[in-house]
Design a protein around this ligand. Structure first.
Ligand SMILES: *Cc1c(COP(=O)(O)O)cnc(C)c1O
Length: 416
């Protein structure tokens, strides 16, 4: 059901040059998905996707998405620098940060990025730091719980992001007094939603806020940013989102709420990360140990440093044993990495075909929040990132870390 985009034969060829573990991304599928997203929102003249850099902070990936019309959504100094280096600047950057240090606002302002303020107090902070730009956005937090029909999706009342409506309106009024001319509204209320209703429900709520803002203050928004949160099915039993249906749902809410209020020129923005990349990345790793104790363990050469989601959230990532796609899943394994942490397990009690030493395992859906979340615990090094190009050739788009990289911040103390 979940089919890898690489075969055993391809991987056996690739490892001659690039040893496991590594992340590999599928350029063709990334481009096709980005085009489909654009098509889904083609009804909106100003539509733009700002790819959430934190999901997959690799310049080659940013460049590919930029070629498909996407900008970047940055939230830190280094993400801004990476965006600049790739040539994405000005209004092609959305700076959606929180708890933002002054120097990050300064760099965002220098690059001409659209700044999305997380809090009312940031109006003064930004003004004191580098002045208020002409275009500015504010992040909304409605509080309470966020539901789609009767299902509670998430709990904005507990979230540190955004500002309540009274503060939001006060922020717009003050920003206008301080010289801002174009205004945007942003909100991110639920993560990894696997339903076509999330964006339309969120959009309708934000559209109503826009109408209310116009009625109360006379301020007309220029753009509404639906942010991230459109998810992917990590488990094979779930249906993927239909982005065309999602775009159509947002269009309906737009026609219903914004158009009658004279706000039909509002641009729709998105800041998707997971939806853009997750299914189009694999973590490829090799079985290097088998252990038969109280349970059956397969030790692989990747660990939570390469993919943290299972350890951090207990997240499910589907696993395919290459070359054994059609074998019966008649063995029960824990698939582990080598960290001195018992949560370093890519799968627990997973039904898989018999795994032999040297088998290659594909861990699915690692294209977003995969490599990026990695850390250096246990002195483990981060892997390479590879790109499976449209012509099926393979390009290294980030080399693996070396011990020298690990010791690089200990100036002068270590000669490796
Ligand atoms: C993380 C994040 C995104 C992307 O979220 P996905 O779930 O990957 O789509 C977008 N905007 C902001 C502000 C974020 O923090």
């Amino acid at each position: 059901m979940k089919k890898p985009f690489v075969t055993k034969e391809q991987i056996e060829e690739i490892v001659k040059t690039y040893p496991t573990p590594f992340h590999i991304y599928d350029e063709k599928a990334i481009r096709e998905n980005a085009r489909k997203l654009k098509q889904a929102f083609s009804w909106n003249k100003g539509y733009k996707e700002y790819f959430a850099v934190k999901a997959t902070p690799n310049p080659t990936i940013l460049r590919i998405l930029n070629e498909e019309g996407c900008g970047t959504d940055c939230s830190s100094y280094t993400e801004l620098l990476m965006s600049k280096k790739v040539g994405i600047t000005g209004s092609n950057i959305m700076f959606s940060s929180n708890d933002t240090p002054a120097e990050e606002f300064k760099l965002a302002r220098e690059l001409g990025a659209t700044i999305n303020l997380d809090d009312y107090t940031h109006v003064k902070f930004l003004n004191d730091t580098c002045g208020i730009p002409e275009t500015i956005s504010c992040r909304y937090n409605p509080g309470g719980t966020f539901s789609i029909s009767t299902t509670i999706m998430d709990n904005p009342g507990d979230a540190k992001y955004g500002m309540p409506k009274d503060q939001l309106f006060k922020a717009y009024v003050e920003l206008k007094e301080l010289g801002a001319k174009k205004f945007g509204l942003h909100s991110f209320l639920a993560s990894n939603t696997v339903t076509n209703e999330y964006y339309p429900t969120l959009a309708k709520m934000l559209f109503q806020v826009a109408v209310e803002l116009k009625e109360q203050t006379g301020i007309e928004l220029s753009f509404i940013n639906l942010s991230g949160g459109v998810g992917i099915p990590y488990t094979p039993d779930k249906e993927p989102n239909d982005i065309l249906a999602i775009g159509e749902g947002v269009r309906k809410a737009f026609e219903e709420v914004l158009v009658p209020a004279g706000l039909g020129d509002v641009s729709i923005y998105t800041e998707l990360g997971r939806f853009m990349l997750a299914p189009y990345g694999h973590l490829v790793t090799k079985a290097i140990h088998e252990k038969h104790i109280h349970k059956e363990y397969i030790g692989v050469d990747a660990c939570a440093v390469n993919l943290m989601r299972p350890a951090m959230y207990g997240a499910y990532h589907h696993i395919t044993v290459l070359g054994k796609e059609n074998d019966p899943c008649d063995h029960t394994y824990d698939i582990t990495g080598s960290l001195c942490e018992n949560n370093d397990k890519f799968a627990i009690d997973r039904q898989l075909p018999k795994i032999d030493m040297g088998d290659y395992l594909v861990i699915h859906d690692t294209g977003a929040h995969g490599f990026a979340m990695g850390y250096n615990y246990n002195g483990k090094l981060k892997s390479a990132e590879l790109l499976l190009c449209e012509d099926k050739s393979v390009k290294m788009i980030r080399r693996a870390e070396t011990p020298e990289d690990y010791f690089a911040t200990l100036d002068g103390y270590w000669e490796v």
